[in-house]
Design a protein around this ligand. Sequence first.
Ligand code: GAR
Length: 190
Amino acid sequence: MKRIAIFASGSGSNAENIANYFKGNDNVEISLIVANNPQAYVIERAKRLNIPCKVVTKAEFMAADTILDMMKEYQIDLIVLAGFLLLVPEKLINAYPARIVNIHPALLPKHGGKGMYGDRVHRAVVESGDSESGITIHLIDADYDKGTTFFQAKCPVLPTDTPDDVAAKVHALEYEHFPHVIDEILQQLN
Ligand code: GAR
């Protein structure tokens, strides 16, 4: 059995989609959801999905010890960042080498880095006049939105598209691909 912890800061629609994908799978369990914001809608989703959920403060997260204790308690094999906006502390990266996966809603290395999340990314894509966007699924490195890229998928951006239009296309790609890519990454773990 492989155990996944999902970290999320906001709505958590990807977290829910991943949980639904693995429901009934005897080899994979979404064992824990971690939120860093007590108002995050992902907390409601976790309740509905019957998945344990912990809320941590930014200070607790940055200090890493509380999180590391949780990972040990739930015997977590893989950490999935699904719309998680805090920088992952080095202590956690060192404890989970090549075992922290992030999704970014654009084609990295474009439109990545500090402060680039959610709608800000889609606005930047439209403002740059890009003709395509997409998703990047990558392993986390000490640097934000960097690290080995595992998977990318693209969608067209039309000159008439608004940031919301781009967001809808990118979300569709996330829902289609993030769960099976996580599955592939899990299969490579020993
Ligand atoms: C997703 O689009 C994800 O790619 C993005 O936040 C959204 C969260 O949506 N992540 C980043 O921008 C990270 N830099 P969700 O909470 O509904 O899953």
